[in-house]
Design a protein around this ligand. Structure first.
Ligand SMILES: [Zn+2]
Length: 96
């Protein structure tokens, strides 16, 4: 049981990392996955911060749907989009 949970989390993290590898920042092209974040195009559609996903019991499909609503932005460009909302930025940063 426990091992299964960890595997699912690993899978989610791996999926997020792979997605970032394939999707550099849409504004400046930054490709370092440690600097990439997910930005919800429509904040009202935001169900949950993707950075929290690996700790949740999400399926890959649910994660995919959520990622489809997002643009990949690097930390710098994300900061510009959100202006002074740096808190949002930090929450969305995903450490993989
Ligand atoms: Zn950028």
């Amino acid at each position: 049981m426990k091992a299964k949970k960890i595997n699912r989390r690993k899978k989610l993290r791996r999926y997020i990392a792979k997605y970032k590898e394939e999707h550099p920042c849409i504004y400046c092209g930054e490709a370092h996955i440690g600097l990439l974040t997910f930005h919800h195009r429509n904040p009202e559609e935001k169900r949950l911060l993707i950075s929290h996903v690996p700790r949740q019991e999400w399926s890959i499909n649910t994660l995919k749907k959520e990622i489809e609503k997002c643009d990949v932005l690097c930390v710098e460009c994300h900061r510009k989009v959100h202006g002074t909302e740096s808190k949002v930025l930090l929450e969305e940063k995903i450490n993989v």
